[in-house]
Design a protein around this ligand. Structure first.
Ligand SMILES: [Fe+2]
Ligand SMILES: [Fe+2]
Length: 233
C-alpha cells in the first residue's frame, strides 16, 4: 500500500475513533437525563449499555488507526448538546436522540453493512462486525425513545428540525461534486467508503428507512425531503 493511501485510511479510522468517543459521552449523559423524568423507560438502561459499546468501538477504531500509522491521542471530546437553543429540556433531549440514534445510528448500520459486503481485510472485518451488531441496537433504542415520547409529549416540533439534524450528520463534502478518489476497491478493503458510494447509501437509507420511520410517528417529513431535494436533485 502506498503512503498517501495508508495515511488517508489511518486518518479515517482516527476520525471514527473520535466519533465513537463522542457517542459514548453523549449516551452516558442522555441515560440519566431520561431517567430524571421517565425512570421506568427501558431506554435508560439501553443508553448506559450503548455508552459502553461506543467505548469499545472507540478502542477498536483507535487500534486500527494505529495499524495504519495514525496514533490517536487519549483525549475524549466533550459531547455537548447539539440541540438548538429555545427547546425545552425534554424536547432538546428528543432532538439529540432522533439525530444521533434514529438518523446517525440507522445510517451507520447501512454503511457498515455495505462495507462488510465488500469483503474487507480480516482485521477490518472483525471490527466492522463488532460495530454492526451494536449499532443496530442503538438505532432501535432511538426509535423506542421516540415511540415512548409520542405518548408523553407533543413531538410535532421534530419535523422542522430534521434538516438541521441531517446537516449535522453528513459532512459538507457528501453532496459536493465528486473529486477523483483513489481506487475504490482498495479503500473498501480497509473499511472506507468512497464519497459517491457513501452518498448513495446515505440517500437510500434516508428515503427507505429513516423518513418512513419518522412518518410512522406522525412526523411531517416535507422539510427533510426539501432538504434532500436541494442537495441531491
Ligand atoms: Fe459505535
Ligand atoms: Fe452506536
Amino acid at each position: 500500500m502506498n503512503e498517501p493511501l495508508r495515511r488517508t485510511i489511518g486518518t479515517a479510522w482516527a476520525f471514527r475513533t473520535r466519533v465513537e468517543r463522542e457517542a459514548a459521552e453523549r449516551f452516558a449523559r442522555l441515560g440519566p437525563a431520561i431517567a430524571s423524568w421517565d425512570a421506568a423507560s427501558p431506554v435508560v438502561a439501553l443508553m448506559e449499555r450503548a455508552a459502553g459499546d461506543e467505548r469499545r468501538h472507540a478502542a477498536f477504531c483507535a487500534e486500527l488507526a494505529g495499524r495504519y500509522g495514525d496514533a490517536v491521542g487519549s483525549e475524549w471530546p466533550a459531547a455537548a448538546s447539539i440541540a438548538p437553543a429555545g427547546l425545552a429540556p425534554r424536547e432538546a433531549l428528543l432532538y439529540e436522540v432522533v439525530a444521533c440514534c434514529c438518523i446517525t445510528e440507522t445510517e451507520s448500520v447501512a454503511t457498515v453493512a455495505t462495507l462488510l459486503a465488500d469483503e474487507p481485510e480480516p482485521t477490518v472485518r472483525e471490527v466492522l462486525h463488532q460495530i454492526a451488531k451494536d449499532e443496530v441496537v442503538h438505532g432501535r433504542m432511538g426509535w423506542a425513545h421516540l415511540a415512548r415520547e409520542t405518548r408523553a409529549i407533543d413531538i410535532s416540533f421534530v419535523s422542522r428540525f430534521v434538516p438541521a439534524m441531517l446537516s449535522g450528520t453528513v459532512g459538507d463534502g457528501l453532496f459536493a461534486p465528486a473529486s477523483a478518489e483513489p481506487d475504490e476497491g482498495e479503500f473498501a478493503r480497509h473499511g472506507i467508503l468512497a464519497t459517491a458510494r457513501k452518498r448513495e447509501i446515505f440517500v437510500r437509507t434516508l428515503e427507505e428507512v429513516v423518513l418512513p420511520g419518522l412518518e410512522q410517528f406522525g412526523i411531517d417529513t416535507a422539510p427533510a425531503r426539501a432538504w434532500l431535494l436541494a442537495r441531491n436533485g
